[in-house]
Write a protein that binds this ligand. Structure first.
Ligand SMILES: NC(=O)c1ccc[n+]([C@@H]2O[C@H](COP(=O)([O-])OP(=O)(O)OC[C@H]3O[C@@H](n4cnc5c(N)ncnc54)[C@H](O)[C@@H]3O)[C@@H](O)[C@H]2O)c1
Ligand SMILES: O=C/C=C/C=C(\O)C(=O)O
Length: 487
C-alpha cells in the first residue's frame, strides 16, 4: 500500500505529483491527514487524454463479459481491503468506524456487483415495424459507451457516491476521470490501487485532485475532451457545472441538495417512527442528502414526538470514531461548521425554540480543534422561514404541526427542492396515497434510506436532473444507436 499521507493524482495508472499541494485536515481533532497534490490544467489534460486512449484502446469495445468479470474482481478487492478503505474514509470524514464499514465501504463493493449484474442481464427494445405501404422492417438498438465521463463527487459519503457512478460508467464501457472532494481525497486514490489489482487497464480510472472554481473541478467540467458529466453535490455547484458544459453541449446527470420532509401521522407506530426519525435526522451527523430537515407532525401527537426525539437526540454519543458506542462524528470541516452555526443563529432570530442542542459541545481538549456540533431540534418555525427552506446539511430538523392530510402534503411539497420524503403511518392506503403525492425522487413509507440499487434514484426541482440506479444508469452512461432494417 502506498503512503496514505501523500496523495497523488492518478493518470494512466501512474502517480502524478504537482508543485501545488493542499492539506487535508481531520475534522475529529484538527490533525493533518494527508498532503494532496492538486491537479493543474496540464494534469487534467493528461487525465482526459489517458481516459480517451483507454476507451479507444480496448475497454470501450471489450466484451460485456470481460467488463463484468473485471467489476466483480474490483468488488472482491474492495472486500479484501475493506479495513484500508474504512481507515481512509474515517481519517477524512471522522465518521464512526462502524458506519464507514457498514454503509460506505459495504456499498462500494455492492455498487460494483449490482452494475455488473445489470449490464450482464439487461436487453434492449426491438420492434417489428409495419408501414401503411405494406413494407416491414426490424428496428433494434445497440448500446455504446458515452465515452470519457467526468465524475465529480462530494465529501459526505465519498466512496459510496463515487462508486455509485464509476461502477455503471465502467460497466457500460466508459472510461472516467474522477474528481473527489478536496475534503475527502483518500478513498478515491486508494480505489486506483484496487483497479490495478483487479486488472482494470491503466487509464480506465483516472483521479485528479483539487477544488472547484479555477481548479481541477472547473478544468475538468469545461474540458472539450469529456463526453458527459455525472455530479453529486450542491445545487449551486450543479448550476455552475451546467454553465461549464454548455459550450460543448454535453449531457449531465445531477444528484443535488435536498430539504427533505418527514410526515408523521397520529396513527404511526410511535417507537418505530421515533427510531426512524432519529436515524433520518442525525445519520452521518445529518450530512446525507436524503436526511430529514423538516418534520411535519399531526398536532395530536406533536408533543409526544418532540419529547421522544429530544430524548433520543440526547442519547447520541459524540466522540472519536474508533470508540465503541460512538454514534455521531463531527461535521466535515470548520468551514462547514461555521455554515451550520450560522443557521443555528438564524433560527433563533427567526423565532425558533431550541428543544435541544444549538451549540458546540465540550468534548475535552483533545477534540477541541475538531468540527463538533450538537444534535439540534427546533420548534416554532414555519415554511416561510429560511431555516425551513434552505438546506443546512447538519444534525438538525424543524418540527412543525399539521391538522389534515391535505395540509401535510401541501407543506411537504412547499419547497424548491425535491429529493426524498418519508411518511410514517400504520394506515397502508394513506401511506401509498401520501407517498405518491410527494414531489420527490424517492418517497419512503415507515422507513428511510432503505436502498434497492435497481430502483431509480435522483431528484426533482433543485434536487437534480435525471435518475441513476439499475437500468436508469444505463440510459445516462450509454448512447443507443437504432438500426432499422427493411425486411
Ligand atoms: N442528491 C444526492 O444524491 C446527493 C448526495 C450527496 C450529497 N449531495 C449534496 O452535496 C452537498 C454537500 O456536498 P459538497 O459540499 O461537497 O458539495 P459541493 O457542490 O460543494 O462539492 C461537490 C464537488 O464539486 C466540486 N466543485 C465545486 N465547485 C465546482 C465547480 N465550479 N466546478 C466543478 N466542480 C466543482 C467540489 O470540489 C466537490 O468535488 C449537499 O448539498 C448535499 O445535499 C447530494
Ligand atoms: O448523500 C446522499 C446520499 C446519496 C445516496 C445514494 O446515492 C445511494 O445510496 O445510492
Amino acid at each position: 500500500m502506498s503512503d496514505p499521507t501523500q496523495l497523488f493524482n492518478v493518470v494512466g495508472g501512474k502517480s502524478v505529483s504537482s508543485d501545488k499541494t493542499f492539506e487535508k485536515i481531520n475534522p475529529v481533532d484538527g490533525s493533518l491527514v494527508a498532503t494532496v497534490h492538486e491537479a493543474d490544467r496540464e494534469i487534467v489534460d493528461q487525465a482526459v487524454d489517458s481516459a480517451r486512449a483507454a476507451l479507444n484502446g480496448g475497454w470501450g469495445g471489450a466484451p460485456v463479459s470481460e467488463r463484468v468479470a473485471a467489476l466483480r474482481r474490483v468488488a472482491d478487492c474492495i472486500d479484501a481491503r475493506a479495513a484500508d478503505f474504512v481507515a481512509a474514509e474515517v481519517a477524512d470524514t471522522g465518521k464512526p468506524v462502524a458506519l464507514a464499514r457498514e454503509l460506505d465501504v459495504a456499498r462500494a463493493a455492492a455498487n460494483f456487483r449490482s452494475f455488473a449484474d445489470t449490464v450482464a442481464t439487461e436487453g434492449l427494445d426491438s420492434f417489428l415495424t409495419e408501414t401503411a405501404s405494406g413494407a416491414t422492417a426490424l428496428n433494434y438498438a445497440v448500446r455504446k459507451p458515452l465515452g470519457v465521463v467526468a465524475v465529480i463527487v462530494p465529501w459526505n459519503l465519498p466512496l459510496l457516491l463515487l462508486t455509485w457512478k464509476v461502477a455503471p460508467a465502467l460497466a457500460c464501457g466508459n472510461t472516467v476521470v474522477v474528481k473527489p472532494s478536496e475534503e475527502t481525497p483518500s478513498t478515491a486514490t486508494l480505489l486506483a490501487e484496487v483497479m490495478a489489482e483487479a486488472g482494470v487497464p491503466d487509464g480506465v480510472y483516472n483521479v485528479v485532485h483539487g477544488f472547484g472554481p479555477d481548479s481541477a473541478g472547473e478544468f475538468l467540467t469545461s474540458h472539450d475532451g469529456i463526453d458527459g458529466v455525472t455530479f453529486t453535490g450542491e445545487s449551486a455547484t450543479g448550476s455552475a457545472i451546467m454553465r461549464a458544459v454548455a459550450p460543448n453541449v454535453r449531457p449531465v446527470s445531477f444528484e443535488l441538495g435536498g430539504k427533505n420532509a418527514a410526515v408523521v401521522f397520529a396513527d404511526c407506530d410511535l417507537d418505530k417512527t421515533l427510531d426512524g426519525l432519529t436515524r433520518s435526522i442525525f445519520l452521518n451527523t445529518g450530512q446525507v442528502c436524503l436526511c430529514t430537515e423538516r418534520v411535519y407532525v399531526e398536532r395530536s401527537i406533536f408533543d409526544q414526538v418532540a419529547d421522544g426525539l429530544v430524548q433520543r437526540a440526547k442519547e447520541l454519543r459524540l466522540g472519536r470514531p474508533d470508540v465503541d458506542g460512538t454514534t455521531t462524528g463531527p461535521l466535515i470541516s470548520q468551514q462547514h461548521r461555521a455554515k451550520v452555526q450560522s443557521y443555528f443563529d438564524l433560527a433563533v432570530q427567526e423565532g425558533a425554540t431550541v428543544l435541544t442542542g444549538g451549540g458546540i459541545p465540550d468534548l475535552g481538549t483533545e477534540l477541541a480543534n475538531g468540527a463538533w456540533i450538537e444534535p439540534t431540534l427546533w420548534t416554532g418555525l414555519d415554511n416561510s422561514d429560511r431555516c425551513v427552506r434552505e438546506e443546512v446539511f447538519g444534525p438538525v430538523a424543524a418540527l412543525i404541526p399539521f391538522d389534515t392530510e391535505e395540509e401535510a402534503v401541501a407543506l411537504a411539497n412547499d419547497t424548491d427542492y425535491g429529493l426524498a420524503a418519508a411518511v410514517w403511518t400504520t394506515n397502508l392506503q394513506r401511506g401509498h396515497r401520501v407517498a405518491q403525492q410527494m414531489r420527490v425522487g424517492m418517497a419512503w413509507v415507515n422507513t428511510w434510506y432503505l436502498r434497492d440499487l435497481r430502483s431509480p434514484f435522483g431528484g426533482v426541482g433543485l434536487s437534480g436532473i435525471g435518475r441513476e440506479g439499475g437500468v436508469h444508469s444505463l440510459h445516462f452512461y450509454t448512447e443507443p444507436t437504432n438500426v432499422c432494417v427493411a425486411l
